[in-house]
Design a protein around this ligand. Sequence first.
Ligand SMILES: Nc1ncnc2c1ncn2[C@@H]1O[C@H](COP(=O)(O)OP(=O)(O)OP(=O)(O)O)[C@@H](O)[C@H]1O
Ligand SMILES: [Mg+2]
Length: 265
Amino acid sequence: MSDGTLATLEKQIAELQSQLMESQKLSTVGALAASITHEFNNILTTVINYAKLGLRHKDDEQRDKAFNKILAAAQRASRITTGMLAYARNKSERRDEINLAQLVDEVLLLVEKDLEVNRVKVEVIVQGEPRAVINVGQLQQVVLNLIINARQAMKEGGRLTITVKSNREEGWAEIAVKDSGTGIPAENLKKIFERFFTTKSADSQGQGGTGLGLALCRDVIESHQGRIRVESTVGKGTTFTLKLPLVGAVAAAKPGPTPTTQKAG
Ligand SMILES: Nc1ncnc2c1ncn2[C@@H]1O[C@H](COP(=O)(O)OP(=O)(O)OP(=O)(O)O)[C@@H](O)[C@H]1O
Ligand SMILES: [Mg+2]
């Protein structure tokens, strides 16, 4: 094969990979659409009720209270739509230094209603300054995939614990997503990162069960020189851990070699 053909093929593969990533992203947006619509209904109910209250009451104090409630509800709605649009649109290749705790917060804003509706309690633990240089959109997609998987493994509700920490000894910024769901049988553990491996069937809205989520997570993490690990016990739950190169790790963990070439005097 000529170098030219190879280059064209490589370009086509890269293009297809980015399209696949885009479709997978839209599928996560789809998975959240129902709960977000539901949340907007709740927000609108709050707005309507306080608007009525404000109209009924002529005294300033009651009106101010109504306006404040309406404002808070509208601001929440705006944060959700802004977050969702930014997530859906973000195609940039840029990498930025960010505290991973902030990334987790942004993702939770999109998914928290979905978790609440499914009776999943969420706890976030932050330790240290887990800063990393990442493509924010891609990492949001990874964390969202892990959270949606966790929720789908807790059909009767449960507990989701997200730990974000800096591991200075090993030089990683880490995010661990732990659920109290079904767990993964040993014979499946080696297959879950393969493209199209799934144990799920699509739900009534055709959502889920493509088997692309974790393959995408692995690709993104590897392109960031990171690691993705899984630990699981059937009947107890699963933990996925993402490790990304920690910003400032080298200086802190290994104080560079003492210069040997320098001579005194
Ligand atoms: N937190 C988890 N608990 C239990 N099983 C899991 C968990 N995460 C992944 N799995 C298993 O790994 C399989 C592959 O996950 P992956 O996210 O790649 O695909 P999917 O969720 O089945 O489909 P898609 O993500 O494309 O909608 C799942 O079908 C499930 O069997
Ligand atoms: Mg999935």
